[in-house]
Design a protein around this ligand. Structure first.
Ligand SMILES: Cc1ncc(C[n+]2csc(CCOP(=O)(O)OP(=O)(O)O)c2C)c(N)n1
Ligand SMILES: [Mg+2]
Length: 907
């Protein structure tokens, strides 16, 4: 049956009864009933599906608009007769839930007090409490028994409810609850939202940036299958992945972006619970429509199993007596905006406006008082309905399940915010509201105490506590819990990559190609080869990684059911296998990042160290999915992010959208991310080896970002003694020649170091300048180290000052410093403050252009000639050479001072 378009009537009067339009109106009733009867009797679900498809096809062929099979009536998917018996003690569970509600509310109200005003959210959890409690008591598996713990993506704004639960479980104390959102208070506090970075023993998944929890959960569920297929997760029972999603959150593009992947991969280890409280922050999610119906269509269309939990048990009796289908009709036609209104309106209003639409419907509730009408709860607040849905979801095979649970935002807050548009922001409650809340949920707090909103927890020996602890014990312990149990790895040393360290001789290689070589060697490493997880969003051929396809295979749950078109192509043919190692994600940087996070946190969530290498088109890295970079840091992800085709002028031809001149800046914003811009293959090797050692041997929860370029040039052998400088961020790569009149220094990074090297030659040959060329592998590292030294000095004025590494390294050098980069000038400028005599910077601010490398470099002014000019200018400023020499050089070097330059916003 379809949800019909609403027929809006004047709100004042009850309408005369009318029978809904249906089969009987066309005299079809007998034959249609007959068909349905026969189908029910004789057909299995698959055959019934075929019959339905056939009917739709014939209607379409005959030119009739065929029904959309993606929607079902606005009613519970599981009929009352098919519900299992509730296995728990309803009374005790309700008391526990009520106390969780109270304590969650009290945390937020208290956090607002005493001028702290640190905020919090009451209403999201108030709508979610039953959805969580049924799972806590009956479904979420902990990791203390033999099976792996479920992985739960809790809705971020409901964190107070999870803390309140942990308090009742005696995992947290009152002092913690008092310090909700006061993390710097003595004794520590509780983070506002789920942040593994801030509460590394508790939270596993950051979810408060809406849309990211949902997409992460899908890739996590797929990652579990990947681990199993590769023999890395050896367990019969796999963890279930739960995601609690807001209905408003479904508008975020990430939320739905991977739905079809979940269905395609048959992820029946995944359950989403969408809390359809019909509201988001400002107002209704779909005031003029029906979010549950819309979501049902989306999920079903994407191939998910959908279970709607719309009405609580009290409605069952009404539906059972609804012989004319009027109740169903009314359900189908009422808009969410009106449903929201019914939650705040008195029973008389509901009677008149909801039931009063049809006289027959009005009669259906004759036996109920107005008060009773307001207590006809929604399905998401009824443990029986929720339990039935969860059980069906975990038993469902072949694909993921979405439970669409209808609830009331701010449930139980009464006038303080139940169902109101201000509900989301509600953080305060007056005494009257507190009393009502207490009465509604039977919270044993006295009249004198209530204004202080004290926390309340039953004694350890109480029935409530014993019950909930016993439930958790049976289910395998507490959830959420983050635990690092992974064994450290034995990672290779530099020597394993001799081939790359000795340089390319006369041959040429790009840093990208060199990295691919490194990856291929690494994949063969006897200790860690199998732990390498290459992740690629459809760019493997661009980067030259395709030979890995045949070496280690592309993961595919189905293997390869077709004959690949390029089977004869040798190494690079598209080889999909069930135990493939490469995660080839297709064109989804968000999805690939979700895989990166899943792999890079496996050490905590699956007890196994894996080494993810996510290689992508650098422009579509942090610029495209910066929030996921941030989330990766919060998640304590370990691994390597490789921005290939980087550099605004090195990626030639592609122009404005592709030429990346700023990712190191974006990446620099993530505190735990080390950002490197290596110039040579041996630097790549040194950085990756150091990173592997720190992350996977020593257990540091950090990440690495490397810029990789596609320009081929001769790769020099690794000079002795430079390893430390590479890691710290700066070392002298090539000193200038002896016997010149002037001294200078050029800092180069990435492939553009070659501008510095050519400038070095020109300066020596034509301008009597000996310029040292330095390789600046990480401005971010240099800056952070200097910032820490400065901070120490600030706080310890009476002690000998610490000198930043960069300053120590450069202070004894003579002559000016010039930096040349393929990134915005801000990248090298990060260290300008500590460079003796200041820093002249050449970089690539502005939108890119499609052009050759040479033209681009002149346009942006980071080619060798411009680097020469930079040095001469700096020398002239110091009075070492005359300004005329610099002016003459502009002519000699063929630089047009009036030439085009990228437009920059400026006064
Ligand atoms: C990416 C992002 N944008 C905006 C917000 C701010 N925000 C927090 S909660 C919220 C409304 C959530 O509504 P819904 O998803 O329906 O969840 P509910 O609280 O109703 O359960 C918004 C907009 C956010 N946390 N993340
Ligand atoms: Mg909502």
């Amino acid at each position: 049956m379809q949800s019909r378009p609403p027929s809006r009537q004047p709100e004042s009067a009850a309408q005369p009864a009318s029978t809904p339009v249906g089969a009987s109106d066309f005299g079809l009733v007998n034959s249609l009933e007959g068909v349905i009867e026969a189908a029910l009797k004789n057909l299995d679900p698959e055959q019934a599906g075929l019959l339905r498809n056939d009917l739709i096809l014939r209607l379409r062929t005959a030119g009739r608009t065929a029904a959309r099979p993606v929607n079902t009536p606005y009613v519970n998917t599981i009929p009352p007769g098919a519900e299992p018996l509730y296995p728990g003690n309803r009374d005790l569970e309700r008391r526990i839930k009520s106390l969780a509600r109270w304590n969650a509310m009290a945390m937020v109200v208290n956090a607002q007090r005493d001028g702290a005003e640190v905020g919090g959210h009451i209403s999201s959890y108030a709508s979610m409490a039953t959805l969580y409690e049924v799972a806590y008591n009956h479904f979420f598996r902990g990791g203390d028994n033999k099976w792996p713990a479920d992985l739960v993506y809790f809705q971020g704004h409901t964190a107070p409810g999870n803390y309140a639960r942990a308090f009742l479980e005696y995992r947290l104390e009152e002092s913690h609850l008092h310090n909700f959102r006061r993390e710097l208070a003595a004794g520590g506090g509780l983070s506002s939202y789920p942040h593994p970075y801030l509460m590394p023993d508790f939270w596993q998944f950051p979810t408060v940036s809406m849309g990211l929890g949902p997409i992460l959960s899908i890739y996590q569920a797929r990652f579990v299958r990947y681990l199993k297929a590769r023999g890395l997760l050896k367990t019969e029972m796999e963890p279930r992945i739960w995601a609690f999603v807001g209905d408003g959150e479904s508008d975020e593009p990430e939320t739905f972006s991977a739905l079809t992947l979940a269905a395609r991969e048959g992820l029946d280890n995944l359950t989403w619970v969408v809390n359809c409280n019909l509201q988001r922050l400002d107002g209704p999610v779909r005031g003029n429509g029906k979010i549950i119906q819309e979501l049902e269509g989306v999920f079903r269309g994407a191939g998910w199993n959908v279970i709607k939990v719309i009405w609580g048990s009290q409605w069952d009796e009404l539906f059972a007596r609804d012989e004319l289908g009027l109740l169903q009709r009314r359900m189908d036609e009422v808009l969410d905006g009106d449903f929201q209104k019914y939650t705040v309106a008195p029973g008389s209003y509901i009677r008149r406006h909801f039931f009063g639409k049809y006289t027959g419907l009005l009669r259906l509730v004759d036996h109920l008082t107005d008060d009773e009408l307001t207590r006809l709860v929604r399905g998401g607040h009824d443990p029986v309905k929720v339990y039935a849905a969860y059980k069906a979801a975990v038993e469902h095979q072949g694909g993921p399940t979405a439970i669409l649970a209808k609830t009331v935002k701010g449930y139980g807050l009464g006038e303080a915010g139940e169902g109101r548009n201000i509900s989301h922001q509600q953080k305060k409650m007056n005494e009257k509201e507190l009393r009502e809340f207490r009465a509604r949920f039977d919270v044993p707090i006295s009249d004198e105490d209530i204004v202080d909103t004290p926390f309340f927890r039953p004694a350890r020996t109480s029935r409530e506590t014993r019950y909930l602890l016993e439930r958790r014990r049976k289910l395998g312990g507490f959830v959420p819990k983050r635990e690092v149990k992974a064994e450290p790895l034995q990672t290779p040393r530099l020597e394993a990559f001799q081939e790359l360290l000795k340089g390319s001789g006369a041959g040429e290689a790009s840093t990208t190609k060199s990295f691919v070589r490194l990856l291929s060697v690494l994949a063969r490493d006897p200790n860690i080869g199998r732990r390498v997880v290459p992740i690629i969003p459809d760019e493997a051929r661009t980067f030259g990684i395709d030979p890995l396809f045949s070496q280690i295979g592309i993961y595919s749950a189905k293997g390869q059911l077709y004959e690949p078109v390029d089977k004869e192509a040798g190494f690079s043919f598209y080889r999909e296998t069930k135990d493939g190692q490469i995660l080839e994600e297709g064109i989804t940087e968000a999805g690939a990042m979700a895989s990166f996070v899943a792999a890079g946190t496996a050490y905590a969530n699956h007890g196994i160290n894996l080494i993810p290498f996510y290689i992508y088109y650098s422009m579509f890295g942090p610029q495209r999915v910066g929030d996921l970079f941030w989330l990766a840091g919060d998640s304590r992800t370990k691994g390597f992010l490789l921005g290939a085709t980087s550099g605004r002028t090195t990626l030639n031809g592609e122009g404005l959208q592709h030429q990346d001149g700023h990712s190191p800046l974006n990446a620099s914003t993530v505190p735990t991310l080390y950002v490197y811009d290596p110039a040579f293959a041996y630097e790549v090797v040194a950085i990756v080896c150091d990173g592997m050692k720190r992350m996977f041997e020593e257990g540091e929860e950090i990440m690495y970002y490397l810029c990789l370029y596609n320009e081929g040039y001769p790769q020099p052998p690794m000079p002795p003694g430079c390893a430390e400088g590479i890691i710290k961020g700066l070392y002298k790569f090539k000193p200038g020649p002896e016997g010149k009149k002037h001294r200078a220094h050029i800092l180069g990074s990435g492939g553009i170091i070659r501008s510095a090297l050519r400038a070095q030659e020109i300066l020596a040959a034509r301008y009597d300048v000996s310029a040292d060329v330095w390789s600046a592998t990480s401005y971010k590292n240099l800056r952070n180290e200097a910032l820490l030294a400065e901070r120490w000095n600030l706080l310890h004025p009476a002690q000998p000052a610490r000198k930043p590494f960069v300053q120590q390294l450069l202070e004894n050098e003579t002559g000016p410093f010039v930096a040349v980069s393929d990134y915005m000038k801000l990248v090298p400028d990060q260290i300008a403050k500590w460079v003796p005599g200041g820093l002249t910077t050449l970089g690539t601010d502005g939108f890119g252009r499609s052009e050759t490398r040479a033209s681009l470099r002149r346009f942006f002014e980071n080619d060798a000639e411009c680097a020469v000019l930079g040095v001469l200018h700096a020398l002239a400023q110091r009075g070492a050479i005359s300004r005329d020499t610099a002016a003459q050089a502009i002519r000699d070097l063929n630089i047009d001072p009036e030439k085009d330059f990228p437009k920059l916003a400026a006064f």
